[in-house]
Design a protein around this ligand. Structure first.
Ligand code: MEV
Length: 431
């Protein structure tokens, strides 16, 4: 799937902040070449009919709306992207766009990813000889792989399918020994849960026969460690210089901040929350399963036995700062809400990605940009100043400001440092 234009788009949207939402949508539609139907969908007029919502989950009583925004300035592997983000937190989209602007002046983000390989686990219990069972199962790999692939000929025709198995042996205090067979499946452009769960259920009876045990769980693992996506960015000190701090000092501060996340789970949780501030909004906007992404991210961050940072930040010999991210990214372009939710389809056309791997790479680059924003803010003026400036807009609206009053009221209360509804009402009364 690609966006409407065949040529490279520019993700530099000049003065986009000053536009009204309809004007921004016009600009985005023009930039990526959206048709009128997609434009209407993104405008949000009854995008998800209640009948469709009712078919998606059970006991539906209505719909719940969130803002959809676009982060600008992203260059990834030399290609510009506009990044649709669905999120309720102020300053996330502004921070991503600002960091992408700094990064693009330094060559942008660079990414890579693994083949889209998911795992499913088949738990075998009731074994006296789990190590023997492991060897019998490994000896039957070709048969089990063939059974999996016969279950999903469409996937195989697309170039995917089961590529192998692993067997893990555990001694448990609760039920004694067990063997756990993993099937490794290339799920192509799907998230893959349905494909691997069906295969696991299909082969479980044969796994029981071969192993001599009983099979119990047959389900994917959200620790998608064979489906990693990576991004990095290299920034010059000049690019990081602020009004009050030299770039070298900003780099020192960012590396010190990272060092704490590397070693201390209390900080790593917040550091990674900042990473997910960039990732989740893209996952939600594209109709993907954000709980799966969150589960995979945090399990990966704890893989050494100590929960740590999803990113790294280092100074090179030339004094530049390089940030990296590597994490599981089980995203799909087909199936689930990605397929059924009309807005997710339009969002994918804005993004202009042509494979699930490309989507995964773009998404982790946004996570890295968001982490860069948090570390840069924490290393310089702190996060509250910028956060409050944006939060002030919401408060101004709550106080009754409309149109141009919103910016005017927000500016005064942010400058005063009193970001409250009462303060906004007082300013509004004086305007
Ligand atoms: C706030 O939503 C996210 C941050 O706390 C992330 C961080 O501290 O790195 C700013």
């Amino acid at each position: 799937m690609t966006n409407g234009t065949t040529s490279q788009i520019s993700s530099r949207l000049e003065n986009v902040r000053d536009l009204r939402p309809e004007e921004r949508l016009d600009l985005v539609a023009k930039t990526v070449g959206l048709d009128d139907a997609d434009r209407a969908t993104l405008a949000g007029h009854d995008v998800l009919p209640l009948s469709l919502a009712n078919g998606m989950i059970e006991n539906v009583i209505g719909k719940f709306e969130l803002p959809l925004a676009v982060a600008s300035n992203f260059t990834i592997n030399g290609k510009d992207y506009l990044i649709p983000m669905v999120v309720e937190e102020p300053s996330v989209v502004a921070a991503a766009s600002y960091m992408a602007k700094i990064a693009r002046n330094c060559g942008g983000f660079h990414t890579s990813s693994d083949r889209p390989i998911m795992r499913a686990q088949i738990q075998v219990v009731g074994l006296n000889d789990p190590h023997g069972a492991k060897q019998r199962l490994l000896a039957a790999e070709a048969e089990l792989r063939q059974m999996c692939n016969a279950r999903d000929e469409v996937l195989v025709a697309l170039g995917g399918g089961c590529i192998g198995i692993e067997v893990h042996v555990f001694e448990t205090s609760a039920v004694g020994p067990m063997a756990v067979l993993h099937i490794l499946v290339d799920v192509r452009d799907a998230m893959g849960a349905n494909a691997v769960n069906s295969m696991a259920e299909t082969i479980a009876p044969r796994v029981a026969e071969i192993s001599g045990g009983h099979t119990r769980l047959r389900i994917l693992s959200n620790l998608a460690d064979r489906r990693l996506a990576r991004a990095y960015v290299t920034l010059t000190p000049d690019a990081l210089t602020t009004k009050t701090m030299q770039g070298d000092d900003v780099i020192d501060g960012m590396i010190e901040a990272y060092a704490l996340a590397q070693i201390d789970p209390y900080r790593a949780a917040t550091h990674n929350k900042g990473v997910m501030n960039g990732i989740d909004p893209v996952v939600v906007a594209t109709g993907n399963d954000w709980r799966a992404i969150e589960a995979g991210a945090h399990a990966w961050a704890a893989r050494s036995g100590r929960y740590t940072s999803l990113t790294t930040w280092e100074r090179g010999v030339d004094g530049t700062l390089t940030g990296t991210i590597e994490m599981p990214m089980a995203l799909g372009l087909v199936g689930g809400a990605t397929k059924t939710h009309p807005a997710a389809q339009a969002v994918l056309r804005v993004l202009g990605v042509s494979s699930a791997q490309e989507l995964a790479e773009v998404t982790v680059a946004v996570g890295l940009a968001q982490n860069m924003a948090a570390l840069r803010a924490l290393a310089t003026e702190g996060i509250q100043k910028g956060h409050m400036a944006l939060h002030a807009r919401n408060i101004a609206i709550l106080a009754g400001a409309t149109g141009s009053q919103i910016e005017a009221v927000a500016k005064v209360i942010a400058e005063q440092g009193h970001v409250s509804v009462q303060a906004a009402k007082d300013v509004l009364a004086k305007l």
